[in-house]
Design a protein around this ligand. Structure first.
Ligand code: GUN
Length: 295
């Protein structure tokens, strides 16, 4: 566990902030549901037996219970075909009771992910992965904001960390995090650079960053020599590495080398307990919004 004493940086504690948000959402859901006698409902679909994905889905379902959102967990075998998953999505799209649909990614290799995402009713697409929701976000008129990027912005806002005018360096260009978080930071008036596997002088570009979002999925990639004094560091990575000293047999590593970077920066998110809980809080907000928009 990381403590503030080990570092000069202030820890951006996603657990504390997400607990606060969940309390707020719970109060709103309770008031809203009491007036209408309907409760929001999330369908969470897990395909296959990836341990990490199972943990994420379990945490999402648990958060639903905490805020008064009903949940419906569907588990499908690793051998599921695209057609079989499409058939479940059609059922969930048509169900009057389901407000939000979440298909945990990644999907097993035989399933065509793009076809699956396109099949989700955009109004139930609480992950905001559907092309029409991606387009609305890019235009600055989001229906839903994707959960991890939304959680990152909220973590910054709730810790009074300004975005406008900052040099923001996003490392990674995934559909789930890199691209949408860059778009949101731009909409909040940051000057945004997106770095990726073909970027030349990546270290030099990171060194210009007042804010670095590390979202490339390579453990401890961002090291102290890539970070400017006083920068704000958001670590989205979470990789399981074998570690025989742990009861679980693995350790969770972020994309940032915490020990060397934290003495240099002003704020940093820990892994675990930083961005992950914020993603879940944002999912709760999106699911409640989907329900309110429908009713
Ligand atoms: N896999 C990694 N992050 C996410 C997420 O935010 N939503 C879903 N559905 N799958 C993911």
């Amino acid at each position: 566990m990381v403590s503030a004493e080990q570092t000069r940086a202030r820890i951006l504690d996603g657990r504390v902030t997400s607990d606060q948000i969940k309390l707020e959402v719970a109060a709103e859901v309770a008031r809203w549901s009491a007036e209408r006698a309907v409760k929001p409902r999330l369908a969470a679909v897990l395909v296959g037996d990836d341990d990490a994905s199972a943990v994420y889905v379990r945490n999402k379902v648990r958060a639903c219970a905490e805020v008064g959102i009903e949940s419906d967990q569907r588990r499908l075998p690793a051998s599921t075909t695209t057609e079989e998953l499409l058939s479940l999505i059609r059922e969930l799209n048509q169900s009057e009771d389901v407000d939000g649909i979440l298909i945990q990614l990644p999907l097993p290799g035989q399933i065509d992910e793009a076809t699956i995402i396109k099949a989700i009713d955009p109004e139930k697409d609480v992950d905001a992965f559907h092309p029409s929701n991606v387009g609305l976000l890019a235009m600055g008129r989001p229906r839903f904001v994707p959960c991890t990027p939304a959680g990152i912005i909220e973590l910054l806002d709730r810790n009074q960390i300004g975005i406008a005018g900052k040099n923001a360096c996003v490392v990674g260009r995934s559909q789930i995090v890199g691209r949408p978080v860059a778009s949101l930071l731009l909409q909040r008036d940051a000057t945004v650079t997106i770095c990726h596997s073909h970027t030349k002088n990546l270290s030099e570009i990171c060194l210009q960053g007042d804010l670095i979002v590390a979202a490339l999925g390579k453990p401890e990639f961002v090291t102290a020599d890539m970070v400017k004094e006083g920068a704000v560091i958001i670590d989205v990575g979470i990789t399981r590495l074998p570690d025989s000293s742990k009861k679980s047999g693995f350790a969770l590593k972020g994309d940032v080398h915490f020990a060397s970077v934290s003495p240099k920066c002003s704020y940093i998110t820990p892994v675990p307990g930083g961005v992950g809980p914020m993603t879940i809080a944002a999912l709760m907000k999106n699911t409640f919004k989907a329900c309110m928009d429908k009713n």
